[in-house]
Design a protein around this ligand. Structure first.
Ligand SMILES: NC(=O)c1ccc[n+]([C@@H]2O[C@H](COP(=O)([O-])OP(=O)(O)OC[C@H]3O[C@@H](n4cnc5c(N)ncnc54)[C@H](O)[C@@H]3O)[C@@H](O)[C@H]2O)c1
Length: 249
C-alpha cells in the first residue's frame, strides 16, 4: 500500500487531498495544528491516521515523519498543503504578521520537505508536492506577504528538484487559481464576488477542492514519473486571460 502524508489535511484542499488519496488506496497521514479536526478526517477514511504538528516546528515535524513511517511502513508522497492567508497593503503590513505568513507558507514547506526527503533518500524514491498559488507568480491587491511566500515555494520547488532528483525524489508545485472553498470560502460567500470572478475565468467557473486534489494525485502518480521541478497552474485559464479583457480593434 502506498502512503501519503498531507499537512493541513484537516480542512479545505488538504481534506480533499486526504479523501481522494484514501479512495485511491493510499494509507493517509493527516497532519494539522487542529488535532480534533484532523482526528475527524482520519476517522472518516479507510486507512488513515491523524498527527498533530505545526509545520514550522522542526522537532514536531521530525517526530511525525518518524511515526508515520512506522505506521505506514514508509513515506511515498508528502503534500505540503498547510498554509495561511493574511491580507493587507504592504505599506501598513505588520512585520510580525508578514514573518508569520512566510514562516507557515514557505519555511514550513522547507521543514517538512527536508524531514521527508531524509526518509525518501533511504528508500531511493519519493514524491514531494508543494501548494503554491497563482499569487506566487501574479501579484494581486493586499496579498503581498502571501505572494512573496508562494513565489518562494516555486523557487524552492525548483531547487529541491535539482538537489534531490538523483536520490529518486520528484518535487513539483501546484498553483491553484480561484478556488471555491478552504481559506477562500468567506470571500466567495458574497454572490457579487463569486459571479464577477467566475465570469472572468475562461472555463467559466471557480475551481473546486476536487480540481486541486485530482492534480495533486496525478503528480503523485506513476503517470507523472518524468515530471519534476514544475509548477502546474490549475486556474481554468485565468492567469492567461488578461488580453481577453481588452478590445482588439
Ligand atoms: N483556497 C484557495 O482559494 C487557495 C488558492 C490557492 C492556493 N491555496 C493554498 O492551498 C493550501 C490549502 O488551502 P485551504 O484553502 O485548504 O486552507 P484552509 O484554511 O481551509 O486549510 C488550511 C489547513 O492548514 C492548517 N494549518 C495552518 N497552519 C498550520 C501549521 N502551521 N501547521 C500545520 N497545519 C496548519 C489549518 O489548521 C487548516 O486545517 C494553502 O497552502 C493555500 O495557500 C488555496
Amino acid at each position: 500500500m502506498r502512503s501519503l502524508l498531507v499537512t493541513g489535511g484537516a480542512k479545505g484542499i488538504g481534506r480533499a487531498i486526504a479523501e481522494l488519496a484514501s479512495a485511491q488506496g493510499y494509507f493517509v497521514g493527516v497532519v494539522d495544528t487542529d488535532q480534533e479536526a484532523a482526528n475527524t478526517v482520519a476517522a472518516s477514511l479507510n486507512s488513515a491516521k491523524a498527527y498533530a504538528a505545526n509545520v514550522c516546528e522542526a522537532d514536531q515535524v521530525a517526530s511525525v515523519v518518524a511515526d508515520f513511517c512506522k505506521d505506514a511502513g514508509g513515506l511515498d508522497v508528502v503534500v505540503n498543503n498547510a498554509g495561511i492567508l493574511r491580507t493587507g497593503p504592504l505599506i501598513d503590513h505588520d512585520p510580525a504578521d508578514f514573518r508569520l505568513v512566510v514562516d507557515v507558507n514557505l519555511n514550513g514547506v522547507f521543514v517538512v520537505a527536508q524531514a521527508a526527503a531524509r526518509k525518501m533518500r533511504e528508500a531511493g524514491q519519493g514524491v514531494i508536492l508543494n501548494l503554491s498559488s497563482i499569487n506566487g507568480t501574479h501579484p494581486s491587491p493586499n496579498c503581498g506577504a502571501y505572494a512573496a511566500a508562494k513565489g518562494g515555494v516555486v523557487a524552492l520547488t525548483q531547487q529541491m528538484s535539482l538537489e534531490w532528483g538523483a536520490m529518486g525524489i520528484r518535487v513539483n508545485a501546484i498553483a491553484p487559481g480561484f478556488v471555491d472553498g478552504g481559506m477562500s470560502s468567506p470571500f466567495y460567500a458574497d454572490p457579487n464576488v463569486r459571479n464577477r470572478r467566475a465570469s472572468a475565468v475562461p472555463l467559466g467557473r471557480l475551481g473546486t477542492l476536487e480540481d486541486i486534489a485530482q492534480t495533486v494525485l496525478f503528480l503523485a502518480s506513476k503517470q507523472a514519473s518524468y515530471i519534476t521541478g514544475q509548477t502546474l497552474t490549475v486556474d481554468g485559464g485565468v492567469v492567461n486571460s488578461v488580453l481577453l479583457q481588452l478590445p482588439r480593434e
